[in-house]
Design a protein around this ligand. Structure first.
Ligand SMILES: [Zn+2]
Length: 244
């Protein structure tokens, strides 16, 4: 499915251009196979003359993703910067962190960003029993749903760890696996300049950019973000979010 209506009526487009690309070289791994993105279709005719006005989705765009939060120190900073630049992002959250900071998950959602599933403990899904896999995913669903009122349909496997079993189990739980196409490698703390350059050098329309708002010291990510957003906007990029 390419286009979904969220419960709040927002239209969101799935990852277009992200064909099965797990064989791509380097850190580029995209496990989600989807048909090309389409522009949002008008709502069904049922609404007669009055249809809600929606901002058209940008045709030149990136998908910003932040993993491993929410985090009490860095998530609010990331949210403030995103708001400053009018950018929306997708947050792949770790369930046990949602339990610690449910108010942040709620704030992310209420700020218009997408909240999605990144397992309960940041587990490598390739190593789990079927029961443990299910537990990691569904407990995180429950924690997120309690804050945002809907269930994540995107699952980002920690470490990008995907194999046939992970694909099959994710599908059985109704999840689309989503990895990334541009890895900022911010978690290696390479310096703010390196993070900025790595993103800007590799970005193109449709890129799914991996950054982190939790899981460690993300000061460099926070410092890099304004420059990244300013530059992307100057290059004409808009921002899309994922709901799968
Ligand atoms: Zn992660």
């Amino acid at each position: 499915m390419d286009v979904r209506l969220t419960r709040t009526g927002n239209r969101v487009i799935g990852l277009g251009m992200m064909m099965l690309a797990s064989a791509l070289i380097g850190t580029v791994v995209v496990a989600s196979a989807k048909s090309p993105a389409k522009p949002a279709m008008p709502p069904p005719a049922a609404a007669a003359s009055v249809t809600p006005t929606t901002t058209p989705l940008p045709t030149k765009y990136v998908v910003l993703t932040f993993d491993d939060g929410p985090d009490a120190e860095y998530t609010p900073k990331v949210l403030d910067i995103l708001a400053q630049y009018g950018a929306k992002a997708t947050f792949f959250e770790v369930g046990q962190n949602v339990r610690k900071h449910p108010e942040l998950t709620k704030r992310i959602h209420e700020s218009g960003h997408s909240v999605q599933n990144h397992t309960w403990t940041h587990a490598d899904l390739r190593t789990l029993s079927a029961a443990a896999f299910r537990q990691q995913v569904t407990s995180t669903d429950t924690a997120i749903r309690a804050q945002i009122g809907s269930t994540p349909a995107c699952l980002r496997p920690p470490y990008g760890g995907v194999n046939a079993t992970v694909r099959q189990r994710a599908k059985a739980l109704g999840k689309d696996l989503v990895v990334w196409t541009v890895d900022s490698r911010d978690w290696t703390k390479p310096g703010t300049t390196a993070i900025v350059q790595r993103v800007l050098k590799n970005v193109h329309s449709g890129s799914v950019i991996l950054m982190h708002d939790g899981g460690g010291n993300r000061a460099q990510t926070v410092a890099a973000l304004p420059t990244i957003l300013k530059s992307l906007k100057a290059q004409g990029y808009g921002f899309r979010t994922l709901t799968c």
